[in-house]
Write a protein that binds this ligand. Sequence first.
Ligand SMILES: *[C@@H]1O[C@H](CO)[C@@H](O)[C@H](O)[C@H]1NC(C)=O
Ligand SMILES: *[C@@H]1O[C@H](CO)[C@@H](O)[C@H](O)[C@H]1NC(C)=O
Ligand SMILES: *[C@@H]1O[C@H](CO)[C@@H](O)[C@H](O)[C@H]1NC(C)=O
Ligand SMILES: *[C@@H]1O[C@H](CO)[C@@H](O)[C@H](O)[C@H]1NC(C)=O
Ligand SMILES: *[C@@H]1O[C@H](CO)[C@@H](O)[C@H](O)[C@H]1NC(C)=O
Ligand SMILES: *[C@@H]1O[C@H](CO)[C@@H](O)[C@H](O)[C@H]1NC(C)=O
Ligand SMILES: *[C@@H]1O[C@H](CO)[C@@H](O)[C@H](O)[C@H]1NC(C)=O
Length: 477
Amino acid sequence: MCSYMNSLVLVCLVLGSLCVNVAESRDLNCLHEKVEYSAINCRKHSALLTDFGGKGDGVTSNTAAFKAAIANLSKVASDGGAQLIVPPGKWLTGSFNLTSHFTLYISKDAVLLASQDETEYPLIDPLPSYGVGRDGGKRFISLIFGTNLTDVVVTGGNGTIDGQGESWWKDFKSGKLKNTRPYLIEILYSRNVQISHLTLINSPSWHVHPTYCRDVIIESLTILAPIDSPNTDGINPDSCINTRIRDSYVVSGDDCIAVKSGWDQYGIKFGMPTQHLSIKRFTCISPDSAVIALGSEMSGGIQDVRAEDVHAINSQAGVRIKTAPGRGAYVKDIFVRNLRMETMQYVFWMTGAYGSHPDDGYDPKALPVVNNINFKDMVGKNVSMVGNLAGIEGHPFTGLCLSNITAELAVKKKKKNIHPIFSSEKKKLPWNCTDISGVSSQVTPKACDLLPEKKVDCAYPTDILPIDKVVLKTCST
Ligand SMILES: *[C@@H]1O[C@H](CO)[C@@H](O)[C@H](O)[C@H]1NC(C)=O
Ligand SMILES: *[C@@H]1O[C@H](CO)[C@@H](O)[C@H](O)[C@H]1NC(C)=O
Ligand SMILES: *[C@@H]1O[C@H](CO)[C@@H](O)[C@H](O)[C@H]1NC(C)=O
Ligand SMILES: *[C@@H]1O[C@H](CO)[C@@H](O)[C@H](O)[C@H]1NC(C)=O
Ligand SMILES: *[C@@H]1O[C@H](CO)[C@@H](O)[C@H](O)[C@H]1NC(C)=O
Ligand SMILES: *[C@@H]1O[C@H](CO)[C@@H](O)[C@H](O)[C@H]1NC(C)=O
Ligand SMILES: *[C@@H]1O[C@H](CO)[C@@H](O)[C@H](O)[C@H]1NC(C)=O
């Protein structure tokens, strides 16, 4: 008898060798459900974590099982590649490294539980474009790590990766950590990368960090962390070329998406920009941070970012540009349209005085260029301030274009029995602009004087990025 787990279940197979293992972790009648999934490439070889001694009981460490499995499956990389299936169960593990032509598939009802034992995360060097770990010192390697890979997929049937970050957050807040917290998934120097169809929760720090990569597909992720957890950014494309982020939902204690490219003198020297990033159908809740942040680390440059059909709920800022003298490089050719917002501190927030430097070796004369920033077709409800836009004195942010934008301002609660002249609450203006230039069209409430009205429809590219044309194949477990 086959039990149909979900609508994706197509065929049920009885495979002798798999039966024992599956039966071990789930009291099922020797069944392995064949499930379809979408990926950049399907694999010729397939194995279960349990083939390598994995135990899904929530207490046994599976670090050795993951390492053995991936070492073994890396041998068939040039022979059609392999997929490693994590069956339903709770799989405690420390860090492990991915390999090329490889798919890690986390089944529906499977949970990877990140070990809270620091020794399960060996220290690695800081990223060359950062000079130091973001929290200082060296870096604890990420839970799921990969470097110098080609064709690697981390996906599943919406299975869960739980970073169990609480102990890291506590140690970070109390200043106990001497090194930078692990990320949940970090992939460096790789091409053809897919991270999709997963629920990622409670990372010790950032959740998804593709860095120095090309051709990256991030889709159908649900990322959840407490809104007061430190630096639990959702998705951080960092010095990557050709990335698409689609159909994802993030609730977090920091930026939902933070686009980056290295930090001050280290990032300038490394010189690798983030370019050709496409974001579509994205929902964010981030009360203390941005829906989409550009920076603050942007010293390799950020160019050609397109975001559309974005829904922001109870967030601090819609689009935020964060930079500072010392960063150098540029943020340019940014296009955002159809951003829907409810309960926002700021719709637009830009600052050229973000500060935050890796060390004292930065060059204060390295001024970032911010130019050609286009925002259109946006509606905001319950907005406290529409635009808080500050460039760098004597080095303004230029080429801002805002069109067809309506923000409904939050109704201030009247304080009972207090005459307005005694109220400490000053009336906040909807706009505050300094050291910027550009134009506005059909913006309500009327934009600041530095964005004079002109009849324009701000630009949005009409070409389709090559990464947006990639069609995923249908594979099966
Ligand atoms: C590992 O790979 C070899 C082939 O290279 C295979 O013979 C062996 O059975 C594999 N080990 C396990 C535990 O599956
Ligand atoms: C994983 O990769 C890192 C960085 O290359 C390396 O330091 C570490 O030893 C690798 N771990 C394993 C288990 O191979
Ligand atoms: C990965 O690639 C980078 C850039 O090509 C290179 O500097 C580095 O040594 C490589 N690392 C490994 C572990 O092969
Ligand atoms: C994946 O799981 C999360 C958490 O349970 C849920 O909120 C989300 O809707 C699921 N996504 C899909 C595509 O089933
Ligand atoms: C409007 O925003 C404020 C915070 O600025 C919040 O307290 C309030 O609940 C929001 N109102 C609605 C109707 O969402
Ligand atoms: C203005 O933006 C809204 C979405 O916020 C869109 O529905 C509408 O079509 C836009 N109007 C024009 C003239 O583009
Ligand atoms: C406007 O922004 C400037 C620059 O950030 C700041 O110095 C000033 O205090 C702000 N004004 C108001 C009224 O908030």
